[in-house]
Design a protein around this ligand. Structure first.
Ligand code: FAD
Length: 284
């Protein structure tokens, strides 16, 4: 186990994100994916959190299992949604008691009405709670194109800088151009915020599903990237090849720009991440 804040201080990190499985079939896929990705020796791995009792059980089970049965450094995500403050405190306390040292604190998105309860409004309040309960390595989300609920980019950047003052590092929503990352980093620096911002990477293996995910996070895949991938026509292998080439080039540009870390949204698959890893020559 290691603290991500220390890993970032020591050099560039590479990390993978998973979601907790809902059934045995998804569990088998995750187990296989983790086995495939472990030899790449990621700096850390993270596990998403939806909100509510079932999500609490599933995310806790995966991170604790990873902690006990692998030599990976797992980080649970946690959102403000669907838990009163005392319950969030219980969950964070449980993570600490299990031996977890890192936490990704998030605002979360609204769930169906019966679960949409929120006592803490913003991720920054969850960071404060995590700190009070002993976490010394806490990450937050950053949105290069701004968050869809923000009235404008200026206020979004201001709230992000304030949130990062409380936290140790940020991980971005996915994006496709190095300029989007550089703009975010420069605007944070202009606000006096120079803590590490890890870049979130989503390899395109299906254009429609990535566009749908992008839309949900208030982001539009740039037109030239859409055109380049669409030129693969109906050939799924060609689309995949083009999507992976786009992600590989983005990683290369980000590494050249001095990014402190690359965080791969794996969607619980290993192949695209492994291909990018090999193309970049990142094996350690
Ligand atoms: P916040 O930081 O709370 O910000 C939300 C909005 O409020 C923004 O518009 C912000 O500008 C504004 N704001 C912040 N502070 C204030 C303030 N004090 N006053 C007024 N406005 C304010 N979602 C999940 O459900 N589960 C996950 O596991 C998950 N993992 C993620 C991992 C990463 C790396 C990223 C980038 C996102 C992830 N998300 C996840 C999505 C995230 O929960 C959503 O984007 C959510 O809508 C906002 O989360 P946040 O932490 O950015 O929220």
């Amino acid at each position: 186990m290691a603290r991500i804040v220390d890993l970032l201080a020591a050099g560039r990190t590479i990390s993978f994100e998973f979601f907790p499985p809902k059934d045995n079939e998804e569990q088998r896929l995750l187990t296989r994916t983790i086995a495939d990705l472990q030899p790449l020796r990621p700096s850390f791995v993270s596990v998403t959190y939806r909100g509510g009792r079932i999500s609490r059980e599933r995310t806790t089970r995966v991170v604790v299992d990873l902690l006990r049965t692998t030599d990976l450094t797992p980080m649970p995500h946690l959102t403000c949604v669907a838990h009163p403050r005392f319950e969030l405190g219980e969950i964070i306390g449980g993570f600490r008691a299990a031996g977890l040292e890192n936490l990704l604190a998030l605002g979360g998105d609204p769930l169906p009405e019966e679960e949409s309860y929120k006592e803490l409004e913003y991720a920054s309040q969850l960071v404060e709670l995590g700190r009070r309960l002993g976490f010394e390595s806490i990450g937050v989300a950053a949105h290069p194109a701004g968050h869809p609920r923000s009235p404008d980019l200026v206020s979004d950047r201001r709230y992000l800088a304030a949130k990062m003052t409380l936290a140790d590092f940020a991980i971005t929503q996915f994006f496709f151009k190095v300029e989007e990352y550089q703009r975010l980093r420069d605007e944070m620096a202009a606000l006096g915020m120079n803590k590490p911002i890890i870049a979130g990477i989503m390899p395109i293996t299906s254009l429609t599903s990535v566009q749908r995910m992008a839309q949900l996070s208030g982001y539009a895949v740039p037109d030239d990237i859409v055109r380049l991938v669409e030129a693969g026509g109906d050939d799924r292998d060609e689309i995949r090849k083009r999507g992976i080439a786009v992600a590989t080039q983005l990683c290369r540009d980000l590494l050249d720009a001095g990014v402190p870390g690359l965080h791969f949204y794996t969607l619980n698959f290993s192949k695209a991440t492994r291909e990018i890893y090999t193309d970049l020559g990142l094996e350690r």
